[in-house]
Design a protein around this ligand. Structure first.
Ligand code: BGC
Length: 453
């Protein structure tokens, strides 16, 4: 424990420091919830829904052709053109569109009109307005899928709350917005979760990839299940295909109260100010949308009690969400005893002239929040690997927290090794462009399936 850190600060963050025993308990509870989500009888009351993705084929490496993809899932919105040329040559052109924050809580119509407008702009720029290309829509919110191209939005997450979308088929809403414009000829053939795109994209190069994980603005995982266990899929007993990708939607774990033993008073404050209080409990302990705010709440509590920054508070740090999750990565990227990034963060927050113990305290708080995130994520992955009952697996991962935090990968690996049965081998691999290449691969599956009809 760093000697410079005040005992009061250690006490304040104690709740974030979960031990091995608690992690084992998380795995046990999560195992129960996943089983409930998969089973037909218990699905309706399960919190981890384990939605059927309708993706039953992993990539063969032989998929070819040009596809469009849309990626809506968090802070960014992108349109992509993916050309699968060979198994080693995939050409991707993409453009990010400035997503006005007001759209997140506006009307559903405004949201889908914006998506269609961006898509149209992209098609016109690339001379695709007269081509009838298949489109894969990476839509990273909980969907009850009724087919590859039909998905009903169950709830918004990650700060979205657009009216008139929950309970609707998102593919129809997009297609209607495209048709309202009438200036492009796009055919939405598949809708998928970002975890599924991540898995597919990674499996294109790593045939043993069976799990897709996102630790970014939100958090979630999907995995390859036996079709016979996917009881909510109509054809679970008759399908000729042995596998089904399950979109766990693990972010909702704990919404029934089973995670209270790893939550802190700070988690409860964060939860209250979100548009979905009481929902996405696990995600709110793990993901990038919330980690920075958790750190900020601990810091302002410590300032108010006079344990940090001589009790002097800046205007900036009093603003909600002003401590970006990227700051956690910055602070933890400094070598021990160095404070270059930390100084930059403090100056951006308007906190000047603080001493080394304050900077150590800030780092300590960041580490407490990020290590709990990695531990809980490790618990989730171990639950899935145990459920799959396999001895070797590749896990494709994407998301800003995993990509940019300097120690996240190592922490995840370390805790997974401690929790897994001896002899189980796994590899954590960054999955490149799941929302583009992954969406194209799922769209290719959809096109193939149609051509066989
Ligand atoms: C959504 C998931 C998504 C995850 C990561 C969560 O908030 O519910 O569908 O996969 O974020 O983007």
């Amino acid at each position: 424990m760093p000697s410079l850190v005040h005992t009061e600060i250690e006490t304040a963050v104690k709740g974030f420091l979960i031990d091995q025993e608690k992690m084992t308990e998380v795995v046990e509870r999560m195992t129960k919830e996943i089983k409930m989500g998969l089973a037909k009888d218990t699905h309706a009351r399960a919190v981890i829904k384990c939605f059927v993705s309708h993706v039953q084929d992993l990539p063969t490496g032989k998929e070819r052709g040009k596809y469009l993809a849309l990626d809506l899932g968090g802070s960014n919105f992108r349109v992509l053109l993916v050309n699968l040329i060979s198994n080693s040559d995939v050409e991707i052109m993409s453009k990010g569109y400035n997503f006005p924050l007001t759209l997140m809580s506006g009307s559903g119509k405004a949201l889908f009109d914006f998506l269609a407008e961006s898509l149209s702009e992209f098609c016109h720029t690339h001379g695709l307005e007269n081509e009838s290309l298949p489109l894969g829509f990476t839509f990273s919110f909980p969907l009850q899928q009724q087919g590859l191209s039909k998905g009903i939005l169950v709830a918004w997450t990650k700060g979205f709350s657009c009216e008139g979308v929950v309970g609707k088929n998102v593919v129809s809403l997009l297609q209607e917005a495209i048709d309202r414009r009438g200036d492009i000829k796009i055919n939405t053939v598949a809708i998928l979760n970002d975890t599924v795109g991540t898995l597919m994209s990674c499996a294109f190069y790593h045939p043993n990839c069976r799990i897709g994980l996102i630790v970014g603005t939100g958090s979630n995982a999907c995995y390859v299940e036996k079709t016979v266990n996917a009881e909510c899929f109509e054809g679970y007993q008759t399908s000729p295909k042995p596998s089904m990708i399950i979109n766990c939607e693990w972010g909702a774990f704990g919404d029934n109260g089973v995670l209270e033993f790893v939550r802190t008073s700070y988690d409860k404050i964060v939860d209250k100010v979100t548009p979905n209080p009481g929902k996405q409990t696990f995600e709110k302990c793990i993901s990038g949308m919330y980690m920075g705010e958790l750190v900020r709440l601990v810091v302002i509590d410590m300032i108010a009690k006079g344990f940090m920054f001589h009790g002097i508070i800046s205007e900036k740090i009093q603003e909600r969400w002003s401590f970006k999750t990227a700051y956690i990565s910055d602070v933890e990227s400094d070598a021990p005893g160095e404070y270059r990034n930390c100084n930059k963060v403090l100056s951006e927050l308007g906190i000047l002239g603080c001493q080394e113990p304050d900077k150590e305290a800030l780092r300590y708080i960041c580490e407490a929040v990020s290590s709990r995130s990695a531990k809980l994520c490790a618990c989730g992955l171990v639950t899935i690997i145990n459920k799959m009952n396999i001895n070797e697996v590749v896990i494709g991962i994407d998301g800003s927290v995993y990509r940019f935090h300097p120690k996240y990968h190592d922490m995840l690996q370390h805790h997974m090794k401690k929790l897994l049965k001896p002899g189980v081998k796994f590899e954590l691999i960054v999955s490149e462009d799941g929302s583009g290449r992954g969406a194209a691969l799922v769209a290719a599956t959809a096109v193939q399936a149609k051509s066989k009809l």
